[in-house]
Ligand binder design. Structure first.
Ligand code: GLU
Length: 463
């Protein structure tokens, strides 16, 4: 088998979005599966729309997802000499020709075709043919260069995702390979690059299906090998509409900012259009081994936020506590052991890193208690009860087990239901009535801090 060489070829006009990241992941995994190569090629020939920020955003996203590529990053803007060389050779070999038709002229042709109910297409005015006399060259127009596309027969390929696709050459026209300023066009650069880079598998979004027959014709003309093609279906938002900014985070690094871990995002993307039975959890090693195009769906994949949250929780729970703490990047002033204990208390239920960081914030700065909570849980009787509780608590050994036991005993002795004491304690110590085990919170927070908060609370409450 030929060496597998795949590529990810983003146009740097924005951030690395979810669809692009999935394309990159599938291309990367396919190369890894066959111990091949994965190339990153930046398609930056559209000088008006390409930005250095977008290039950085793509690199940043790839790095975060640990999608490592082989060799340097290729930039199309650094390959103009090569494109010019191929174009000149094509002109010499009669595979391409100059076209002097003006915009206005082409527009007229188009209108005439449309009024006859025909699909608009270049009329071939400047296409050289045997026994055809070409018009005389106007001196005011700078020509574009067109590819001499075959006029008969069909072009077909067996797409690894979509199956056999066939297009009649008559449907295609002699597309422009170099603009009047000499700059090469998108379809042309892709072909030269795929050829020069020995790409064996072109894996990309299905919005490029229309380009593929043109690119194959060009490859044939250049006598270059034709790679395999795999066109991935688009990704829909959870509402069934095409995934767009409206759906919130569509850039991968935005997921990082929201506290998703890369393992979860990669696992999620892996299952976005590909399946292996009903399995949901895959390490990247497993994914690279199992990935194949037979199980990539040809219909659109739908984004599901809950599943991503579920996966994120799975990977957060599975992470070593030191690694997790490092990712959370606590301020230097925080006590590390306290931080770790607080993280452990929350991580099993957390959907994101940010959720953990927010949830444990009250351990490090005294809570602001809302009027609503005060009215709901605090009154003079409660204050007396908590005072009583605190006195007993201070005589206990300060660890999770003994404090939780004390809570149970207290509830029994007072003949009250657990929330009657737990809710005021949560309110006073954490400023919320939603926390994990209140006994564990007391144990982790420590004797001094718990007493301090209680004293502060009382003096504020009295006033
Ligand atoms: N540059 C194209 C894009 O960002 C991809 C082209 C390709 O993969 O062939 O959509």
């Amino acid at each position: 088998m030929k060496e597998v060489i795949t590529r990810f070829a983003p146009s740097p006009t924005g951030y690395l979005h979810i669809g692009g990241a999935r394309t990159a992941l599938f291309s990367w995994a396919y190369a890894k599966k066959y111990q091949g190569k994965f190339i990153l090629r930046v398609e930056d020939t559209d000088l008006e729309r390409s930005t250095p920020e977008a290039i950085e955003a793509i690199k940043d996203g790839m790095e975060w997802l640990e999608l490592d590529y082989d060799g340097p990053i290729y930039f199309q803007t650094q390959r103009f000499e090569r494109y010019t060389e191929v174009i000149n050779q094509m002109l010499k070999d009669g595979l391409a020709y100059h076209c002097y038709s003006s915009k206005e002229e082409l527009e007229k042709v188009r209108e005439a075709q449309m009024s006859l109910g025909k699909k608009p297409k270049y009329d071939g005015k400047w296409r050289p043919e045997t026994n055809k006399t070409l018009p005389s060259i106007p001196d005011h127009n700078k020509p574009v260069i067109r590819f001499k596309n075959p006029t008969d027969g069909a072009i077909s390929w067996k797409d690894l995702v979509k199956g056999v696709i066939s297009i009649q050459n008559q449907e295609l026209d002699d597309f422009i390979i170099a603009r009047s300023d000499g700059s090469p066009t998108y379809n042309f650069c892709v072909v030269v690059d795929d050829w020069d880079m020995n790409i064996s598998h072109v894996i990309r979004g299905d919005d490029h299906i229309n380009n593929t027959p043109r690119q194959i014709n060009l490859l044939h003309a250049l006598q270059a090998p034709v790679p395999e093609y795999a066109h991935l279906s688009m990704i829909l938002g959870s509402d069934g509409q095409k995934l767009s900014k409206r759906h919130g985070a569509v850039s991968v690094t935005h997921y990082r900012d929201m506290g998703y871990v890369p393992e979860a995002v990669k696992n999620y993307l892996a299952r976005l259009g590909w399946s292996h039975g009903d399995d949901e959890i895959f390490s990247m090693k497993e994914f690279c081994t199992l990935f194949d195009f037979d199980h990539v769906t040809s219909s659109a994949a739908q984004f599901n936020d809950e599943k991503l949250d579920w996966l994120n929780n799975h990977y957060i729970k599975a992470m070593a506590i030191d690694e997790l703490t490092e990712l959370l990047n606590p301020p230097n002033s925080y006590d590390n052991e306290l931080y770790k204990s607080a993280v452990m208390l929350y991580r099993d239920r957390a959907k994101s890193l940010n959720e953990i960081a927010e949830s444990i914030h009250y351990f490090f700065s005294a809570p602001v208690i809302s009027q609503e909570l005060l009215e709901k849980y605090i009154n003079a009787d409660v204050i007396r009860m908590v005072e009583n509780f605190m006195q007993g608590l201070n005589e206990k050994v300060w660890n999770d087990e003994s404090i939780n036991q004390y809570l149970k005993d207290f509830v029994k002795e007072e003949g009250i239901k657990f929330p009657i004491i737990a809710m005021p304690l949560r309110t006073i110590l954490a400023g919320t009535d939603h926390t994990p085990s209140v006994g564990s919170i007391i144990a982790i927070m420590g004797k001094n801090e718990v007493n301090q908060r209680w004293q502060d609370f009382k003096s504020n409450y009295d006033n």
